[in-house]
Design a protein around this ligand. Structure first.
Ligand SMILES: NC(=O)C1=CN([C@@H]2O[C@H](COP(=O)(O)OP(=O)(O)OC[C@H]3O[C@@H](n4cnc5c(N)ncnc54)[C@H](O)[C@@H]3O)[C@@H](O)[C@H]2O)C=CC1
Ligand SMILES: CC(=O)C(=O)O
Ligand SMILES: [Mg+2]
Length: 541
């Protein structure tokens, strides 16, 4: 396992299989493995080595190297230690990896397609060594990586990290994953002046030029990989919405930040609302931040009200948005098109910017943070929330952890332990009033693996809004009795595979219902058999 005869990265197809065979032979050859060598103990040893690293970024690099040299060991380690490994390969550490990518880069882990490749994108796509196998591609243009802004080509680790979760969390075969970074320049001046920066040294192009590049990219993806599902990741808000609309009917495609986040928050809210003794139609939801994630969440949360019998208009009335200029209302100038639907119609007061003031005005029962503003949920805001409801639902969802709108400890302390809490990045446990409480992680990582797996297995032609909603309902229904007893609003991350399987079943059933699937064989199966089938399809190291 520790003996590697060939580098993982090689342009020849099937190299991974050959490498594993070579390793197996090496381990069997007398003298090449130490006498007491065992794979089980080697995994424990690898974990010890990981834990001996002093900083998260060193752990990230250690794991990246392990994945490169021994992909099976990497995923075995992930599967057996999900709660320890996820914060390293994903948020928060993946954010640090993006920030430092120019320094820590070693080997290509995905495809870089740049503006300079316009006219030959198809041939670049064919350069992926495992070309025939590609089934899921996470595509970023690096323009809004987590809450860290425009990182340009250095956004690659986010695509790689999401795909590692597809493998660990939904059993997608590693060779079927294709991380892509579209390098269309960056407006990040420190990247542009960094001699080690890995991307194009130019500012982002005009919208017209970018649209033409994207049109070619999507057309070539369809041609080269007719079976691939595309997940758009961390595009800046305008493009997140416009490219989702432009391409979602061309191939199976969804935007994780808009749709995956919407689904994960709906699931968390459905679970949280069960803990609050007030009727559904009396909940008032305030979203702090009004970018792609927030507006995606607001749209998805409409069904929190409509499934309870409210009309669309009544549902919209229960939702308020706040952006960097304050409360979003119709009379305010310059409101971007994508947030206009949620602009308050009847607000006639002065512009309102201070969050405490807005909380006093709206009296929300649910406060969601998707603003990238660390500490925006001040003690005062949390105390005011507690006056509106016996159990304030407070989800500071911005990533990575240092951008969270408040900490778990703050939410509990200033609500006298009543807050129901979930954050975008992990917070762990707190003890309040002698009671141990666990923070939930409201992160789209609970949705995209199962959504992608379901869409793949039923060979969906498109990913519909109703399939995304089905994934939310699948997640909401997957809390175990002990998780409920602990008032968790999201399942434990250790159960991600099991949860992804149930989500995939819901997604397949919905695709069949709306007729976008191509899976006559799966239609005949009972739900129980379909679940078995989904689990059997999962790759295991
Ligand atoms: N937990 C999860 O699963 C997810 C979390 N996110 C996080 O959400 C955050 C936002 O992502 P996007 O919506 O894509 O970014 P964005 O940049 O499009 O949106 C940020 C929003 O915050 C607002 N904002 C900025 N400063 C503000 C201030 N001082 N007061 C009030 N509002 C302010 C902006 O006006 C904008 O509406 C990021 O940190 C991202 O990591 C995004 C997707 C999924
Ligand atoms: C989780 C995620 O997709 C984000 O923060 O952008
Ligand atoms: Mg994202």
């Amino acid at each position: 396992m520790a003996i590697v005869l060939t580098p993982y990265w090689s342009p020849e197809e099937g190299i991974q299989k050959l490498k594993l065979e070579a390793q197996a032979k090496a381990l069997a050859a007398p003298g090449l493995a130490p006498p007491a060598f065992s794979l089980k103990v080697q995994l424990d040893r690898t974990l010890l080595q990981l834990r001996s690293k002093s900083s998260p970024i060193e752990k990230y690099s250690f794991l990246a190297q392990l994945k490169e040299t021994d992909v099976e060991a990497f995923y075995r380690l992930c599967l057996e230690n999900m709660s320890e490994i996820t914060p390293i390969i994903y948020t928060p550490t993946v954010g640090e990896a993006c920030l430092q990518y120019s320094k820590i880069y070693r080997n290509p882990e995905g495809l870089f397609i740049s503006l300079k490749d316009k006219g030959r994108i198809g041939s670049i796509l064919r350069n992926w060594p495992l070309a025939k196998d590609a089934r899921i591609s996470v595509v970023t243009d690096g323009s809004r990586i987590l809450g860290l802004g425009d990182l340009g080509a250095n956004g690659m680790p986010i695509a790689v990290g999401k795909l590692s979760l597809y493998v660990a969390g939904a059993g997608i075969r590693p060779s079927s994953t294709l991380p892509i970074t579209l390098d269309v320049g960056t407006n990040n001046s420190s990247n542009l002046s960094d001699p080690l920066y890995l991307g194009l040294r130019q500012r982002r192009p005009s919208q017209e030029e970018y649209d033409a590049f994207m049109d070619e990219f999507i057309a070539e993806m369809k041609r080269v990989y007719p079976k691939v599902l595309v997940q758009f990741e961390d595009f800046s808000s305008d493009n997140a919405f416009s490219y989702l609309t432009r391409f979602r009917n061309s191939l199976p495609l969804f935007n994780d930040d808009v749709q995956g986040t919407g689904a994960v928050v709906l699931a968390g809210l459905l679970s949280a609302a069960r803990l609050v003794p007030i009727p559904r139609n009396e909940h008032r939801i305030l979203l702090f931040g009004a970018g792609s994630a927030s507006v995606g969440v607001a749209k998805q949360l409409m069904s929190f009200f409509t499934v309870a019998g409210m009309s669309e208009e009544e549902a919209r009335h229960q939702i308020w948005l706040v952006d960097s200029k304050g409360l979003v209302y119709v009379g305010r100038e310059g409101i971007a098109e994508y947030k206009m639907y949620f602009a308050r119609k009847h607000y006639t007061g002065l512009p309102m910017k201070d969050l405490s003031e807005i909380v006093q005005y709206v009296k929300p029962t649910v406060l969601l943070g998707l603003s990238t503003i660390a500490g925006a949920f001040t003690p005062d805001v949390i105390r005011l929330m507690s006056q509106n409801t016996p159990r304030p639902i407070i989800f500071p969802l911005s990533n990575p952890v240092h951008l969270s709108e408040c900490t778990f400890a703050d939410a509990l302390t200033h609500s006298n332990g009543t807050a129901i809490f979930a954050s975008g990045s992990p917070f762990g446990r707190e003890v309040i009033g002698g009671v141990r409480r666990e923070a939930g992680q409201g992160n789209n990582m609970y949705i995209f693996p199962g959504l992608g797996l379901g869409a793949l297995l039923c060979r969906a032609k498109r990913v519909t809004d109703s399939m995304v909603e089905a994934s939310a309902l699948g997640l909401a229904g997957s809390l175990s009795w002990d998780e409920r007893a602990l008032e968790l609003v999201y399942p434990r991350i250790e159960r991600l595979r099991e949860i992804s399987a149930s989500i995939a079943v819901k997604v397949i059933r919905e695709a069949q219902k709306v007729g976008v699937d191509n899976s006559t064989d799966l239609k005949r199966m009972s739900d129980a058999r379909l679940l078995e089938f989904v689990k059997r399809k999962m790759w295991n190291p």
